[in-house]
Design a protein around this ligand. Structure first.
Ligand SMILES: Cc1cc2nc3c(=O)[nH]c(=O)nc-3n(C[C@H](O)[C@H](O)[C@H](O)COP(=O)(O)OP(=O)(O)OC[C@H]3O[C@@H](n4cnc5c(N)ncnc54)[C@H](O)[C@@H]3O)c2cc1C
Length: 480
């Protein structure tokens, strides 16, 4: 392997290994291998059949040369042994709900749909663990746990569609991350197949394990760049008895941030702590009734969970703490009424499209104390670019969804939206934050990775990838 020094697009020098060499097309021998090992509709080769596997929710698109649908680990072992020797690019894929193009086959190659491996293998009330195949939809696992009075907390907004394999590979976060953490915090063990076909098992069913380096965590968030995950062991906890939610309106953004700070300082750790800026509130008002005072210019949305008595006490404590910041309205939802409150949050995405038909939905994360500044400056960036910017998100994690609204059919608007997006990423980095809190970098943010990560960090990550994937066949063309 040779090394050379290159200048990145943004002018920082970086050490690169020589470019990997890939198969240039699918030969008849390749086709034979794939159709032999994935008989029937286990292998797709037609353009129509493969089209659905060419894009994800980012709407980035590239056609693969073949799609395979394994049903067991053995097939994946054979596939990765063959792919490594043929230098065939391999793209793991689940439900394709990723927002940054991570599952898009930029170098042709073979897309491996993991949806055929979708069995919940075990939900164990003694060990408090679940064992699943990667194609299990996360909401289905949650339901199976609830039936046994247990909880798997990670709850990306895509929970009803996205899979455990996708969530593990992207380290998905969600509404309840402020109290329960993200996917990384719940994965106890993995089985993966590496390029070359070797099976690697890391971690296990033991809730504590400090022997050696944490290879399980290395795989979480690795976006299919180290190997294909074939089995996942996650941690479970007892299901909270109940929950309640509180929607609070404020006259301005700064007061809402003061309100959130007062709640945390009072000792309450909410299960969810969301915020909406004034543009978001205006948008959701256009599509229905919103239980917020007419003069609300910012809003917070809390959920607390636990025992009946504990939740009641926390709601009281939370409302008292909020009083210091003079909210203009407080709406409490218990039981079925909680739904009314969360409906407001769920309306944001469809409501945003009333502003403009397209959006860049970015997910920067900043230190929690700088959220107000980040939101104000994001609005300023929008004004400078002549565009509406709408901010909402997981305040408890400093994770802001910055939506840059535009019309993709107007070329000048697209140019200005891209300029705004670049400025928002730079703002996140300047404030000590990150260009992605949960979606990852994939294709759409790839050029910014070298602005956030140091040369040393990228060099180490590249070296680690090389240990697992010396021929760089796994998900090439993405980020680092
Ligand atoms: C409406 C909507 C709401 C969303 N809300 C959230 C949110 O709240 N929080 C959040 O974090 N994300 C969110 N997302 C993004 C997306 O749902 C997550 O990134 C999710 O984890 C992707 O899961 P998937 O099953 O669709 O995986 P895919 O998109 O198919 O794949 C994602 C990545 O995982 C890799 N991969 C998949 N399976 C495997 C495997 N078995 N082995 C190795 N690699 C694999 C792929 O190669 C790819 O790099 C949202 C997306 C949408 C469309």
């Amino acid at each position: 392997m040779r090394f050379c020094l290159l200048l990145t697009p943004r002018g920082r020098s970086r050490t690169f290994r020589s470019m990997p060499i890939y198969a240039e097309s699918l030969t008849s021998a390749h086709r034979l291998f794939l159709t032999d090992h994935f008989p029937g509709d286990g292998c797709l080769l037609s353009q129509e059949g493969m089209a659905a596997f060419s894009a994800d929710a980012s709407q980035e698109r590239a056609m693969p040369w073949a799609v395979v649908r394994p049903e067991n680990r053995g097939q994946i072992e054979e596939l990765l042994k063959w792919a490594d020797s043929e230098r065939m690019p391999i793209y793991g894929r689940a439900r394709g709900t990723g927002r940054v193009g991570n599952a898009v086959p930029t170098h042709g190659g073979v897309v491996v749909s993991m949806l055929g491996m979708n069995r919940i293998l075990d939900v164990d009330e003694n060990d408090f663990v679940a064992v699943v195949q990667p194609g299990v939809v996360t909401g289905d696992l949650q339901a199976a746990c609830i039936d046994r009075k247990m909880m798997y907390p990670p709850d990306p907004a895509s929970v009803k569609y996205s899979t455990l394999g996708g969530n593990v590979s992207t380290c998905a976060g969600g509404l309840k991350a402020v109290k329960y953490g993200v996917t990384r915090d719940w994965v106890m063990g993995l089985e993966s197949v590496l390029p070359g076909g070797k099976v690697l098992r890391t971690g296990g069913r033991s809730h504590k394990n400090v022997v050696g380096l944490d290879l399980t965590r290395l795989f979480v968030g690795s976006n299919g760049k180290l190997g294909l995950v074939t089995e996942i062991i996650v941690k479970l906890i007892p299901l909270p008895e109940t929950s309640a939610s509180v929607l609070v309106g404020f006259s301005d953004l700064r007061s809402s941030m003061d309100g959130a700070r007062a709640v945390f300082r009072s000792g309450v750790l909410p299960a969810a702590c969301e915020f909406m800026d004034k543009v978001t509130i205006q948008a959701v008002r256009q599509v229905g009734d919103v239980p917020l005072a007419a003069n609300a210019q910012a809003a917070l949305l809390f959920m607390v969970d636990g025992s009946e008595a504990g939740v009641e006490a926390e709601v009281r404590q939370l409302v008292t703490a909020l009083n210091e910041s003079s909210p203009v309205s407080v709406e409490i939802g218990r039981g079925k009424d909680e739904e009314k409150i969360w409906a407001v949050r769920r309306t944001i995405s469809p409501a945003a499209f009333r502003i403009r038909p397209n959006k860049f939905a970015e997910d920067i994360s900043v230190p929690r104390g700088t959220v107000a500044e980040a939101v104000e400056r994001a609005h300023q960036i929008g004004e400078e670019c002549g565009l509406i910017v709408l901010c909402f998100g997981h305040l408890g994690d400093g994770n802001i969804h910055v939506n840059i609204m535009h019309d993709a059919s107007v070329p000048d608007e697209v140019v200005r939206a891209c300029r705004a997006k670049d400025a928002v990423f730079r703002l996140a980095i300047e404030l000590g934050g990150t260009i992605s809190g949960e979606h990852g970098t994939g294709l759409t943010k790839a050029s910014f990775v070298s602005e956030q990560l140091s040369q040393e960090e990228i060099g180490l990550m590249t070296s680690i990838k090389q240990v697992f994937d010396p021929n760089s066949i796994m998900n090439p063309g993405k980020g680092w």
